[in-house]
Design a protein around this ligand. Sequence first.
Ligand code: GLU
Length: 304
Amino acid sequence: MIIEKQRVFRFAPSPNGYLHLGHAYSVLLNFDLARQCGGRLLLRIEDIDTGRARPEFEAAIYEDLGWLGIEWERPARRQSDHFDDYAHALERLDAMGLLYACDCRRSDIARATEGTPDWPRDPDSSPLYPGTCRAKPRRAAREALAAGGVALRLDMDEASARAGQGLKWREFGALRPSIRAGVADEAIRSSREGRGLVPADPARWGDVVLARKDTPASYHIAVVVDDALQGVTDVVRGRDLFEATSLHRLLQRLLDLPAPDYRHHDLILDEKGQKLAKSMAPTALRALRADGWTPADVRRRIGL
Ligand code: GLU
């Protein structure tokens, strides 16, 4: 008899606004998929950005998920309780010589790149870091940050060389060519229902920031550490994070962490075809609830 490993899903909202229909889609998809395979559903509160996270938004997350009928394992993991785990991962990368302290401010980067037409941009449209601090003498990352550094960056060339060739992930989303020309086509062709192996391309992010003086761990480092620590087997999240997965696969390989399967789902759009934002009050679940919507109305609106 073959015993299949129990699958572990997670929903990982940031408590910096109220959940809206897009979050409802993501969490209901995770919940339904976990149920279908007898898997577990975890909730993770991604509050590392302590300047933006607010307790009332966290309380609203529990309330809104309860109203939707979601059942998750308690307690939720709150990232701000685990900065030591992320610091440990950063120390490992530092011991490999892959981190350097950077004291450039956003305005320095803008000044260094503005003059060059077509300066390359990362998948979030920010100019790639020009490497100003890369060649400066390096010292232990934590020490350098304490001594006036603004951020810790990953030396992408070194990191990619260390990770080696053939970094990929298993994608279960129905990819469309619009996500990344060429790659999505290949993933679709390679299997049924759009499942396939997607080649990771972390270099598109350049020397990303993995920690800041005021926020000691970036989303990228926290998410890969937590997914591994929590035994997550299936990352089901919005397409807006598709490109970030390249970086996550790189960090997983460098830190010897297992690679979950990924499913990047469609985003729920408003009438004008725009992505929903936390600042758009009318689609907030609590606003809809106050208007008399039921959880079944929510499922109908998002097509689940
Ligand atoms: N915390 C992220 C967000 O709210 C989601 C991260 C993830 O699912 O990997 O957008």
